[in-house]
Ligand binder design. Structure first.
Ligand code: ZN
Length: 180
C-alpha cells in the first residue's frame, strides 16, 4: 500500500524520466502510467513505474522507469492453458540495469533488497547498458534493478497477462492499493 501523494509523486517523476529518455508521452496519456509497489509497501526499494503503449490479446509494448536502485521483484511468466507463457524482450534506453537470472551466483554490483534475500533466488547478474537488449523465454525467473542513476527500459512481450505473473515473494500482490 502507498499513499495517494506518493503514488502521484512517483508518477510525475517517472514521466519526467521517460520524457528525458526521448520518449514522447502526451499529457492525456499520463493516466496510463501505473505505479506498482507489488503490494510490498516499499516502493522506492521494490516497485516499478510502467507505461503501457498498448496491450492487445497477443502483444504488449511498455516502457518501465525504475528509480535509483529500485528493484522489480523476481518473477516469471508461467504457461496459461495452451499458451506457453509470456516471452519478454527488454531493451535499455537509459541508465544501467542489473538483471538477475538463474545460474551461478556472480552478484557483484546489484544490491538485493534488504531482508528479502530469500525471494531473490536468481543470482546470476547480467549488467545491461543503453542499447542492450535481452529476450526472456517463458518460465525463466528474473528480476531487474536499476543502478544509482535510475533507468528507463522498453519491455515488449507476447500475451500480456501481468496478473498471472508469478513472484517468488509470497507477499506480492500485483494490484497497487492506495491509502485513502
Ligand atoms: Zn518479466
Amino acid at each position: 500500500m502507498i499513499s495517494i501523494e506518493q503514488y502521484n509523486k512517483a508518477k510525475e517523476k517517472a514521466i519526467i524520466m521517460i520524457r528525458n529518455a526521448g520518449i514522447k508521452v502526451r499529457d492525456d496519456e499520463i493516466k496510463h502510467l501505473e505505479v506498482a509497489d507489488f503490494g510490498l509497501s516499499n516502493l522506492d526499494q521494490e516497485g516499478a513505474q510502467i507505461f503501457t503503449f498498448f496491450s492487445t490479446e497477443r502483444v504488449g509494448a511498455k516502457v518501465i522507469a525504475l528509480f535509483p536502485r529500485q528493484t522489480l521483484p523476481e518473477h516469471w511468466h508461467p504457461p496459461i492453458g495452451e499458451n506457453p507463457g509470456k516471452e519478454e524482450t527488454v531493451r535499455i534506453i537509459e541508465g544501467t540495469v542489473y538483471v538477475g537470472l538463474p545460474g551461478e551466483d556472480n552478484l557483484k554490483d546489484s544490491i538485493l533488497p534488504n531482508k528479502k534475500k530469500d525471494y531473490y533466488t536468481c543470482r546470476q547478474e547480467v549488467v545491461m547498458k543503453p542499447g542492450d537488449q535481452m529476450t526472456l523465454e517463458p518460465g525463466t525467473k528474473h528480476w531487474f534493478q536499476s543502478g544509482d542513476e535510475g533507468a528507463v527500459l522498453y519491455s515488449f512481450s507476447t500475451c500480456v497477462t501481468d496478473v498471472k505473473d508469478q513472484f517468488t515473494d509470497p507477499g506480492v500482490g500485483r494490484i497497487t492499493q492506495l491509502e485513502e
